[in-house]
Every structure is written in structure tokens, then in C-alpha cells.
Design a protein around this ligand. Structure first.
Ligand code: 6CS
Ligand code: FE
Length: 314
């Protein structure tokens, strides 16, 4: 399929058009899943690499020990208790009221989570998978409190990061660290294996300041029922239920979601999104301004990225 040329991209090719004039459909993935050339140097066993390439995600059980987890949980509790410590705009509450839903840019608000974001167990894996230097495109804690933690409807992160943040290609990976028990009952991450290999074109258009609603309840940039049914019919949903201190590593385009938490057991996960520097975000692939700094980090200024951004930002 030829790249799509929107009237507003100034001739910049869009290889993954969505929320445009195209009807809902699958487009083929045009990018590798694992970019590394030499798999012998992988920081995880080959069997996990093969599973990641096939499924679009892997779970690394007990990556962090109890002492490390205790520190992360203390820090998360602190972040909730002293809102003054973190910029107010980074706290997203549930649609229904005051309950905290997410806190963004935790790698910038918290020295503890800044250290976690830079931990070699995460960064070395991201660098390997993306075969590039990486930067944090986005970090957050999704805190699905007991009784009232609401769902995250099915979506591909890449579809949003491409359309709204200007991420050119599928060369980013999310690593989610479980801060609490992720049980089958309290709204764990659900993923559709193999979904990362297809790009789900979504209908509709991006509303103004979409992030003010999408981070509470996403209704635009989500797959239609027909395409979701097709993905699930090919390979059924898998639930990432796991203990605290595990890492769920998933490709930027893997379809995922999670249901509401009506149990007394909170489900809190920290997410770090590593983007390849060569895939630095540029102008959005929609007619809206870039999203704010705490959702879409400004990429590092390096020679390559600067040239890349200049070209992109025409
Ligand atoms: O819009 C975003 O970037 C956020 N939305 C979701 C549902 N997942 C990725 C990210 O946190
Ligand atoms: Fe997501």
C-alpha cells in the first residue's frame, strides 16, 4: 500500500493512516518487531525473543525483588498523598469523581521512578529490541483503585502515538511494572497475541484537546467491533495476571485493554514507553497540535533526531 498523503502533512508520508477518510480496515505492519540484528547479544533468552516476535508481548516474572518493590510502593503512596509534589496536570482522575486514574511523567516527578526508568533491566532490553538509543516517550502509573477503578477500552497505543503524537513508525516498546497483584479479577492487562502484526485503521476524527477525555475514557482511536472480533478469532485474548515486581513488555502496536476493578484489591502498574531516537516524534498525523509534555515527551536533541525533526516538522 502506498503511503497516505494527508493534505496537512506537507508531503510527509503517512504509512499508518487512521482517523482519516479511510474506512476501518487492517493495514499490514511495515516495520520489524525486533530490530536487533545479532540475537546472540539479547538480554533475555531466545525463547522469550521468539515469543515476543510471535505474540507482541512477554511477561518477565519477578524481575524486581521484594525490597525494590517495597521502595516503589512507598514512592507510589507518597505520590498520591502529596499532590503538591507533582504537577497537577499530570494527575488524571476517574470520569466519575476524585479517584486517581493515572499519574503521567513519573520519570520526571519522582527520583525513584526516574531510577526505575533508567534501570538496565529495562533500558538494555528496549535498546536491544529497537536496535537504537532510546528515550522515554511517556511514563505513567495507571492506578486502578479498588471498587471504582475504571476500564481502559481496547486500543493500540501506536495508533494514538502515531496520529496524535507524530510517532512515525512502529519502533517503540512499553514496559509495565506491576506494583500490586495483577489478578484475574482486579482488572489486569489483557492482550491479543499477534495483533501487533496488523495496523487497525480507526474511523472518526481526533477531537480538539482529545487527551482531556481520552485519558479518562477513550472513544476515538479504538478498533471497531468487526476488526476486534477478527483479531480475537485468529488468536484469543490472554490475561497478564502476575505478581508484583513483574514486567509486561509489549510492542507499541499490540492491541490491549483492561476491565474495571470492582474488587477491594487495587491494581497499580507503572508504564515506561521507550521510543527509538531514530523514531523521534514529529508533527502529529492529524490536524491538531502536539499533546502536552507530560503525555508526549519532547525527543532528545541529537544530530540525527534534529535533522529528522527538521524534515518532519516542515
Ligand atoms: O493516549 C495515550 O498515550 C494513553 N492512552 C492509553 C489508553 N494507553 C496509552 C497511553 O497511556
Ligand atoms: Fe495503552
Amino acid at each position: 500500500m502506498q503511503a497516505f498523503d494527508h493534505p496537512f502533512t506537507g508531503g510527509r508520508p503517512d504509512h499508518y493512516p487512521s482517523r482519516s477518510s479511510l474506512p476501518a480496515q487492517f493495514l499490514p505492519r511495515r516495520d520489524p518487531v525486533i530490530y536487533a540484528q545479532n540475537r546472540a547479544s539479547a538480554p533475555v533468552p531466545r525463547v522469550l525473543l521468539e515469543r515476543y516476535e510471535r505474540d507482541g508481548f512477554i511477561v518477565l516474572e519477578s524481575l524486581f525483588d521484594a525490597a525494590e518493590m517495597a521502595e516503589f510502593q512507598r514512592e507510589f503512596t507518597r505520590l498520591q498523598q502529596v499532590p503538591g509534589d507533582i504537577p497537577r496536570e499530570t494527575v488524571i482522575t476517574e470520569k466519575s469523581g476524585r479517584d486517581m486514574r493515572s499519574v503521567f511523567a513519573i520519570h520526571q516527578s519522582s527520583p525513584v521512578f526516574a531510577r526505575l526508568a533508567a534501570d538496565p533491566r529495562l533500558v538494555d532490553l528496549a535498546r536491544f529490541l529497537l536496535d537504537d538509543e532510546v528515550y522515554i516517550h511517556q511514563s505513567r502509573i495507571n492506578y486502578k483503585p479498588g471498587f471504582r477503578g475504571r476500564d481502559f477500552y481496547w486500543h493500540s497505543d501506536f495508533e494514538t502515538w502515531h496520529v496524535e503524537d507524530g510517532m512515525p513508525r512502529m519502533r517503540a516498546v512499553s514496559i509495565s511494572i506491576t506494583l500490586t497483584e495483577n489478578r484475574a479479577c482486579n482488572g489486569p492487562l489483557m492482550l491479543i497475541p499477534g495483533s501487533h502484526l496488523k495496523y487497525v485503521v480507526c474511523e472518526g476524527t481526533t477531537p480538539e484537546e482529545h487527551f482531556r477525555t481520552s485519558l479518562k475514557e477513550q472513544e476515538v482511536g479504538v478498533p471497531c467491533d468487526r476488526l476486534l472480533e477478527t483479531l480475537v478469532a485468529e488468536r484469543d485474548i490472554q490475561v497478564a495476571s502476575t505478581s508484583p515486581g513483574s514486567a509486561i513488555v509489549f510492542d507499541c502496536n499490540t492491541m490491549h485493554g483492561s476491565f474495571s476493578n470492582i474488587t477491594p484489591h487495587p491494581r497499580a502498574n507503572a508504564f515506561f514507553v521507550y521510543n527509538a531516537v531514530s523514531n523521534s516524534v514529529g508533527a502529529p498525523f492529524c490536524e491538531r497540535p502536539p499533546r502536552p509534555w507530560y503525555i508526549r515527551a519532547v525527543p532528545p536533541v541529537t544530530a540525527g533526531a534534529a535533522e529528522h525533526r527538521t524534515e518532519e516538522d516542515h
